[in-house]
Design a protein around this ligand. Structure first.
Ligand code: ADP
Ligand code: ZN
Ligand code: ZN
Length: 729
């Protein structure tokens, strides 16, 4: 067949609207849409994806350069995915090239042919075993490589490569010398776990969803933690696999949910399951992506980025913890993987299951208005497990000392004495959020941000949680010379110290981003907790998500009040979800659980609703507030954010943008530019401009005309972005 096109439209990873036109030279005449190619761009060579073919360009032919090379015989991206990415680029008003290229695993973005896939797994040959036994002691990397290879049936190339800077070269050398060979992946042993028979609510949920396979139908699965949602997903996926389909399961943060991965692997030992998330080594991510795209993998378990994976046999999309903010990307293409999942499910005619104990108000509203089918699990799946009792400790009556009240300390003491575990939850790491001068009221502030520095007692540093700046604490107050500087407020480190001194017998473990910085430390902490080597866990929201702690019977919540009167209209929704999740950690198995909340506002409706485990009532109340205030889900929003070193520059840009928006506005409300909630980060001043409409179409129509003009008026040093359906305004 002859190729008649002379021009290719190519998506490239550059921050310009694009796509870019290139000539198709005779050598590349077979080029197809979806293929990966190399093209010259400025002085660089870049990888790109062909997104269209044509016979003419709006640019003169002599200005166009030719495609250099086509990689891979088959198109990398099928039509379905290209059109989904095109939709995302249009809806979020972000350049197509960056949208397409960033959706690919990193190795596919490089202007290189695919790495040799035979290097996935390697094993020693007999010659290798013989030749490498007497390695010199000084050859550290060789020693490490040999130890790994000789103790395992096969090792992955990625693991080997990580053993040192010259490890990759060493492996290749041994391979060429015949000391290593490519091998099959070693079999993994999974304990087959007994499959519980479903209760009637679960059964109803599973049949509703499986009854809708083969057509687009969105479902909201609402059930408290422990009500058996995961079991419902597993049964739906079993049916999908039975019928030869592929399942895509999205989760908030995969490294925080090893148990979920284990349950899926256990249940389907004869099917290939791959994970996709940003913590995978590049080679592994590519291999998993290819397994999904080729249709070899049956189940893909991934974070938000996996929504853009080609899946030829896709039959169901499940989004677990659908309310979680991590489904929304906060940089680059600011997409919501949950919302893209809905678009993809619709286009592919497959059902979508959104699961949560505390659905986002957007999804709840859709279920209330019958746009989504509602599936409810009202009881905990394990009969003996009851919902935790929630108590509020009034801090106006019981004054806390260093963050903890006496009743709470007493409850912790009793829990530990009974040999049970307790979890103390507080969403602030470090020792204290403020270092304060008792003489003049001075506070240690970041010189680059509008924020106080957090005191980290372990390494005696003041640290900015916004820009990462670190400094030593001053010996005396820089303003008045007073030596009496003291920490104000509590972070996890301080609570850990206070508990250790009040309950010296208790074995306490702190779990936050500081204590789990090293690779693998979180996993070993989880092991300690499960092995009951720990009595009290002190931690941030890392602890709230997805873990089963069967021996935890008491959860203590500290310093949650801040969100009750926040200017962020979503703060209440978020706090409720977080506390429900934390509360879900108590009483999962045979132990009845209790949750104690220290608060100044025990009668706040949020805490009352929590005490009654009444998501439905609280959601109705929040929806009524949103409706009368004119907020989502009743209105659609977009925010234009800008930041620069000089305030006038940001302000002028946004004022000009607002003026340009006026004539386009129609049914869209354009607010005035305002300073952002965090007014300055890393020496950049931040402002924003909100636009809003009760019609998604009207908002999109306005953005289409407005966005191209923004590129023209933005000064070079200014950074700006447009966020459609923002989570923070
Ligand atoms: P969720 O995902 O809603 O938190 P899970 O599916 O993890 O709930 O279920 C909580 C616990 O109950 C798990 O240990 C699970 O194995 C168990 N479980 C779920 N469904 C049943 C059932 N029908 N019978 C017995 N145990 C069940
Ligand atoms: Zn002072
Ligand atoms: Zn800072």
């Amino acid at each position: 067949m002859t190729q008649t096109h002379s021009i290719a439209h190519i998506a490239l990873d550059v921050p310009l609207p694009g796509p870019f036109d290139y000539l198709i030279p005779p050598a590349c005449a077979s080029v197809q849409v979806g293929q990966r190619v190399v093209v010259p761009f400025g002085r660089r060579r870049m990888a790109g994806i062909v997104v269209g073919l044509a016979n003419s360009s709006e640019f003169a032919a002599e200005k166009l350069k030719p495609i250099e090379q086509i990689f891979d015989a088959e198109p990398l991206l099928p039509e379905e995915l290209l059109s989904l990415l095109y939709f995302a680029s249009q809806y979020y008003h972000y350049p197509l090239g960056e949208t397409v290229m960033r959706a690919l695993p990193g190795l596919l973005r490089e202007a290189e042919p695919l790495p040799d896939q035979k290097l996935a797994w390697l094993a020693l040959t007999d010659a290798g075993r013989a030749a490498l036994t007497e390695l010199p002691k000084r050859a550290v990397v060789k020693q490490k490589l040999f130890a790994l290879l000789s103790h395992n049936q096969a090792c992955s190339y990625d693991t080997l490569r990580e053993q040192g800077s010259n490890a990759a070269a060493q492996v290749r050398e041994w391979l060429q010398a015949g000391l290593l060979v490519a091998a099959e992946a070693p079999p993994t042993d999974y304990a087959a776990s007994p499959i519980p028979s479903l209760n009637s609510e679960q059964q109803a949920a599973v049949s509703s969803v499986t009854g809708s396979l083969g057509q687009f139908k969105p479902w909201l699965l609402h059930g408290v933690t422990g009500s058996g949602k995961t079991e419902v997903y597993l049964n739906i996926v079993a049916e999908v696999l039975q019928r030869g389909g592929q399942a895509l399961v999205l989760v908030p943060e995969i490294n925080l949910t090893p148990q979920l991965e284990g349950r899926f692997r256990n249940r389907f030992p004869n099917h290939q399951l791959v994970t996709l998330h940003s913590n995978l080594a590049e080679g592994e991510r590519l291999r998993n992506w290819q397994a999904a795209a080729s249709g070899k993998a049956d189940v893909v378990l991934g974070t938000r980025l996996s929504i853009f994976t080609p899946l030829p046999r896709l039959a169901i999309i499940i989004v677990d913890e659908e309310h979680d903010a991590s489904f929304k990307q906060q940089e680059g293409l600011r997409y919501s993987a949950r919302d893209i999942a809905a678009v993809r499910a619709q286009r592919r005619s497959v059902p979508l299951v959104l699961g949560s104990a505390t659905p986002s108000l957007e999804s709840w509203y859709n279920a209330q208005s019958s746009k989504y089918g509602l599936l409810q699990l009202q009881e905990r799946a394990v009969r003996t497990a009851t919902l935790p009792t929630i108590r509020r400790v009034d801090t106006r009556i019981n004054e806390p000392s260093e963050g903890l009240t006496e009743p709470v300390i007493e409850a912790l003491r009793k829990t530990v004495a009974r040999g049970e575990q307790a979890l103390v939850f507080l969403n602030r790491r470090g020792y204290a959020p403020v270092l304060y001068c008792g003489g003049c009221g001075w506070k240690a502030e970041c010189h680059r941000c509008a924020a106080t520095l957090v005191w980290h007692a372990r390494n005696r540093r003041l640290r900015c949680h916004h820009c990462g700046h670190e400094e030593r604490p001053p010996v005396s107050c820089p303003k008045c010379g007073n030596m009496d500087l003291h920490p104000l407020g509590e972070g996890t480190q301080r609570i850990e110290d206070v508990l250790q001194s009040r309950l010296p017998q208790a074995r306490i473990l702190r779990v936050d981003r500081d204590s789990t910085r090293n690779k693998g430390s979180f996993d070993s902490m989880l092991e300690q907790i499960h092995g009951r080597e720990i009595d009290i866990l002190v931690g941030t929201q890392m602890l709230a998500k997805g873990h089963d702690f069967p021996h935890v019977s008491l959860v203590v919540v500290l310093n949650a009040d801040g969100a009750l009167y926040s200017t962020d209209f979503r703060a209440g929704e978020r706090l409720f979800a977080l506390l429900m999740q934390v509360a879900g950690r108590a009483g999962r198995a045979e132990l009845p659980g209790e949750v104690w909340i220290q608060t100044q506002f025990p009668d706040h409706p949020l805490y009352r609703a929590l005490q009654q485990h009444d998501y439905t009532g609280y959601a109705a109340e929040l929806l009524a507030q949103r409706q009368s205030a004119g907020f989502p889900p009743y209105e659609y929003q977009a925010v234009l954010r800008a930041e620069a070193h000089q305030v006038p520059q940001v302000e002028q840009f946004l004022q000009q943008a607002a003026r340009l928006a006026q004539p386009l506005s129609g049914d869209v409300l354009v607010y005035d530019p305002v300073v952002s909630l965090m007014p300055r980060v890393a020496n950049r001043h931040r402002w924003q401009l909100l636009i809003q409409s009760d019609s998604r179409q009207a908002l999109q129509k306005m953005l289409f005309q407005w966005e191209p003009q923004l590129w023209k008026i933005a000064p070079r040093e200014l950074r700006w972005n447009l966020d459609v359906d923002p989570l923070d305004v």
